[in-house]
Design a binder for this molecule. Structure first.
Ligand SMILES: *Cc1c(COP(=O)(O)O)cnc(C)c1O
Length: 709
């Protein structure tokens, strides 16, 4: 080995390179890069919650330079930097080959939330995670693409459970200097500043840039001394405040986002509205065209040609509606800009123009101002066509111009360390180049490639990591156990047990406590010492959703005071990190929404690469993914009309699948203790679901269907 000390120039190159890597989220889906930051400060890694930028603040420049004199470490750092630079400079991408027109005129993807990583908690749930994964795959594909959102300096709330087992919310301030974001500068090197008229005020904003591999995501921020306090706080929290805050955030996102594009000299060829929150962007595009001399109808038609819209939910409350009063207070500026009356503005968001009783619906506006729209699974596409047929008089349901692109996940970002090491061990350094191809995952069907014993060993490793993570978290939560029932944390939960996970937002339609409706029967199952099972739950309810909070309270109560105590736990403060542990470590991923309200669902898609099997209602993506061999279905491809009937039937079906299929299959072991049938299902699940439900496939679908021209 070459033990020659590094020169000052080499040292500077490496430290600069590491700083570059830390400020690009590429490192979050690249194991070697993570390893370097973790090794710099293992304790900081945990305490700073896996924050590469903060680690580089924690470790002094002097220490870094000294550590880099370790030739082995320096060699790895050099390799990471080289890999990063190669990724950034790659020309031979899918996007360049197939979507070259987007290089000059990119897709501008507007989303009220983006979920990238636990250190930048500016997403509330699946919608944001999807946007983040969309951006990561757009980068991997080399697509001309920019994202637009808001910089919420207190992010989404953190969850704590009080003595009454009631969810409480608290917030911490995100510090830009400790985040992988940088101020957006103009040509003169000054921070860009724009403004938007909201209510009677001129509201100023600046912008931050998040580097997501090759693509930028811009976050607008009104926290400027030029603004009144009230407006400085407009970007304080994700979906914070009341409907008045909401409409103002949406004006900022839509109008401010388009203005930022112009300040940066960008002419996007497609404006993609991710959910109705972004739909005001259409009105800004119309304004621009009218300012350039077009008449209203012509400007609307031209705007429509530029916009596409993705709707994400059939749940009524998921569609923003603003009253006439609120519109005239907050959004009256549009009337003057488009030279229309208040009623004409309202009509743009009404199903029935002229109906004074109708509020302004952002989904209606989005559908009116886009050339194409889509739902996020086949069933959701169909449901959306029914829901919005009213907007297309004279068209049959089938003719309503709403298609579908089924959601996916960014595989490399979700794959946990042991899984990455496994593939690297099998395929060598370049394993990750092929991870999005179905032929990669089909190797899992081959017993010569990997034996049942090896799969089982991997499953044990991932389950144990989850249990140890859970024990640590419960110890920190402390109060989740009563003193009388004290169980040593190191013995909490059973590494041999069938581990069933449920983690997602506690929106009531997701019916978190459904499995406990058959309470006595579940207790019986749990008491079976020969075939142990256990449940891990996590999730946040929206701060104003008391019904969701009651669900949490009920489950925590059961975990502490019922016969399920010790076999049921609730991990507080669900976020990306908790999600990653759970989707990899659980054996069964439980999903029991009230069909057809789960438009797609994505958490179950994160499980298949890890060999955790889905047990789900045939709603959203699972209705397409399930093939009879790769997991478990609760019920069939139908649902009763009445909600009460549905809850009853679904909870019975759930219990039947659990007792008749899942538990016997998991505990049916051969003489060597291997559950052959179960592992066969794992192979099928990995091979049939992983590539198909990736954002690599999804973003290509969007590109081919909607970004082409
Ligand atoms: C994947 C994910 C979600 C979405 O889960 P669904 O089951 O689709 O609702 C929500 N929150 C986090 C943190 C996630 O990682």
């Amino acid at each position: 080995m070459n033990l020659k000390p590094l020169t000052a120039a080499e040292l500077s190159e490496l430290t600069a390179g590491l700083n570059r890597v830390a400020r690009n989220l590429w490192w979050t889906w690249t194991q070697e890069a993570q390893d370097v930051f973790q090794e710099l400060s293992p304790r900081g890694w945990r305490n700073l919650y896996h924050n590469a930028v903060a680690i580089l603040h924690e470790v002094s420049d002097y220490e870094l330079r000294v550590r880099l004199q370790d030739p082995e470490f320096a060699a790895r750092v050099k390799q990471v930097i080289a890999k990063f630079d190669a990724y950034m400079g790659e020309k031979d991408t899918w996007g360049n080959q197939n979507m070259g027109h987007l290089t000059k005129n990119p897709v501008a993807y507007f989303s009220a939330e983006f979920g990238f990583h636990e250190t930048l908690p500016i997403a509330a749930g699946g919608l944001g995670m999807l946007a983040g994964d969309h951006a990561k795959s757009a980068s991997d594909l080399g697509l001309g693409f920019v994202g637009i959102s808001l910089f919420y300096r207190e992010g989404y709330f953190m969850q704590a459970i009080n003595q009454d087992n009631w969810q409480t919310e608290f917030y911490t301030l995100l510090k830009p200097e400790n985040l992988p974001i940088e101020p957006v500068l103009d040509a003169k090197g000054e921070p860009v500043q724009g403004s938007v008229k909201i209510a009677t005020n001129q509201v100023y904003f600046r912008a931050w840039r998040v580097n997501v591999g090759r693509i930028p995501v811009y976050l607008l921020d009104t926290n400027l001394p030029e603004n009144e306090d009230h407006y400085r706080d407009l970007t304080l929290r994700v979906y914070g405040g009341d409907t008045s805050t909401r409409i103002m955030q949406e004006i900022l996102l839509g109008v401010g986002g388009v203005r930022l594009m112009r300040m940066l000299g960008l002419s996007p060829s497609v404006f993609h509205m991710n959910e109705g929150h972004a739909a005001f962007l259409g009105l800004e595009l119309v304004r621009e065209k009218m300012a350039a001399g077009q008449a209203l109808e012509q400007a609307k038609e031209a705007t429509k040609q530029e916009c596409i819209f993705t709707t994400h939910t059939p749940v009524e409350a998921g569609h923003d509606r603003f009253s006439s009063d609120l519109m005239s207070f907050a959004a009256h500026k549009f009337e003057k800009q488009l030279n229309i009356s208040h009623d004409e503005l309202m009509d743009l968001g009404r199903v029935n123009p002229g109906d004074q009783s109708e509020t302004f619906c952002m989904t209606v506006l989005a559908l009116r101002l886009s050339r194409a729209a889509n739902g996020v699974s086949e069933l959701h596409g169909a449901i959306s066509r029914e829901m919005w047929q009213c907007l297309y008089p004279g068209k049959s349901v089938d003719e309503v111009p709403i298609g579908h692109v089924t959601n996916g996940v960014h595989l490399l970002g979700w794959m946990k360390g042991p899984l990455r090491s496994f593939w690297k061990g099998r395929l060598g350094e370049s394993w990750s180049d092929k991870v999005n191809e179905s032929s990669f995952w089909e190797k899992m069907l081959d017993e010569d490639f990997i034996s049942d014993e090896e799969i089982w060993a991997l499953r044990y490793r991932l389950r144990r990591e989850l249990l140890e993570f859970t024990r640590r978290r419960l110890l920190l939560q402390g109060h989740s156990l009563t003193a009388g029932d004290y169980i040593a944390f190191d013995h909490l939960l059973n590494p041999d047990a069938l581990t069933i996970g449920f983690a997602r937002r506690f929106a009531t339609y997701k019916r978190a406590p459904l499995v406990f409706q058959q309470f006595e029967k579940v207790v019986e199952l749990v008491k079976d010492k020969e075939r142990p099972i256990q449940f891990i739950f996590a999730g946040k309810a929206h701060p104003r959703d008391d019904e969701g909070k009651k669900f949490i309270q009920h489950i925590i109560h059961l975990s502490k005071f019922s016969e399920l105590q010790g076999n049921l736990v609730f991990i507080e403060n669900y976020d990306v990190h908790v999600a990653r542990q759970m989707v990899s470590g659980c054996d069964i991923w439980l999903n029991n929404p009230r069909r057809p309200l789960e438009a797609s669902g994505t958490s179950g898609q994160k499980t298949s690469p890890h060999g955790c099997l889905n047990m789900s209602i045939l709603d959203g993506w699972w209705r397409e993914g399930y093939d009879g061999t790769n997991g478990f279905a609760i019920g069939d491809d139908s649902h009763p009309d009445s909600v009460e009937e549905q809850d009853r039937v679904d909870s019975e079906n759930l219990f039947n699948v659990l007792t008749e299929e899942v538990v016997p299959c998991f505990f049916n072991r051969d003489q060597g203790g291997i559950p052959r049938q179960w592992i066969q299902k794992i192979r099928r699940s990995m091979a049939t679901l992983s590539a198909e439900y990736s954002t690599w496939r999804m973003v290509q679908d969007y590109a081919n269907k909607y970004y082409k021209s």
